[in-house]
Design a protein around this ligand. Sequence first.
Ligand code: PEP
Ligand code: MN
Length: 337
Amino acid sequence: MIVVMNPEASEKDIKMVTEKLKSMGFGVHLSQGVRRTIIGAIGDREKALSSGLEAMHCVEKIVPITKPFKLVSREFKRENSVYDIGGVQVGGDELVVMAGPCAVESREQLLQAARQVAGSGAKFLRGGAFKPRTSPYSFQGLEEEGLKMLAEAREETGLKIVTEVMNQHTVDMVAAYADILQVGARSMQNFYLLREIGRLNKPVLLKRGLSATIEEWLMAAEYIMSEGNYRVILCERGIRTFETYTRNTLDLSCVPVIKRLSHLPVLVDPSHGTGSWHWVPAMSRAALAAGADGLLVEVHPNPAEALSDGPQSLNPENFTNLMASLRSLAPALGRSL
Ligand code: PEP
Ligand code: MN
């Protein structure tokens, strides 16, 4: 449930209510709105209703959260969440594009990709140093060497870094280099990993699981937030269906659904969502038209030679053209790029 404080409530009032809730065994999460503070209290609702809290002058009302996801829900926070990540806003009026190769393959490949996507207007460089591959014989990533290359690319281009963390043992290592931690589709329900990441103060890009319902996905975000890390970005990347012409089925209908259910920013990954670079520009535009706050796109200096996901990677020229088309689309959507 949420405790809505009066707009006039002081810091002292908020502290008092927070302490009272904690002493009654509630998990407490503060959300400072423009006009008022609301306190998310996770615990026994009946206990809260009989606690006398509602009679306090500083408390406006107590509202139950009906959904199974609490901190994630719009009931908890009405305004869209906007994060400032190293000076780049995610979730605000400005659309954000994160682009780069599927995997960090070499210093030259990465720097080249970084220069290219930065030149076309991307704000984040994506690239996996730890790769979750279907086959154990496929390229698995350069691990910490790859993370160092990402940091070097950030140094040179100013791009922020988004990169995947695959298990709880490497969370601290990846977090030391990344600006955003990516949780891959295959890890969406690795609850140990989610909890570990929840203890950090680092934004998270949470991809939708291969066969996850929207509710399961939001519950995964709730795991991270329930530990105190509130900066979660959701990323739709396609789900398994019977269709075989596309690698996955990009579920763009999830974007307006999530926008209604949750205050979290939503990005769309049309590369994994379709599996072919041919479909990426159209689905990128469709994603933004559906209300997505930005895109995660695979771009490789030479897709034919990519060690992973070459067929779905845009070459630099196609990426530049895509960015130009998004720039003309943005104003029609009331956004900027
Ligand atoms: C990726 O972004 O390269 C990736 C592995 O994505 P997903 O987890 O969505 O398959
Ligand atoms: Mn990939």
